[in-house]
Design a protein. Structure first.
Length: 79
């Protein structure tokens, strides 16, 4: 397990066996690709957008918290 805190106000907690790749980290954008596993994203930046992509689509999150689970055949997003 890992917890990452990014200077733009993004906090990420990822579980075991999670495959996550950072695409872009800017002052107003944190873009990641979650290939598999479970991650929790906290968007604490007032002007920051989090974009999480998966094999099944993507989610944009403004100041919010969300859990993102990518399984073998589906994705589940819980706000």
């Amino acid at each position: 397990m890992v917890e990452l805190i990014v200077p733009n106000g993004t906090w990420i907690r990822a579980g075991n066996s999670t495959q996550i790749q950072f695409i872009a980290l800017e002052t107003d954008l944190a873009e990641m690709d979650l290939a598999s596993g479970l991650a929790r994203f906290y968007n604490k930046g007032s002007g920051t957008v989090i974009k999480v992509t998966s094999p099944f689509g993507y989610v944009l999150a403004y100041p919010a918290r969300l859990d993102f689970y990518v399984g073998d055949n589906s994705v589940e997003v819980v706000p």
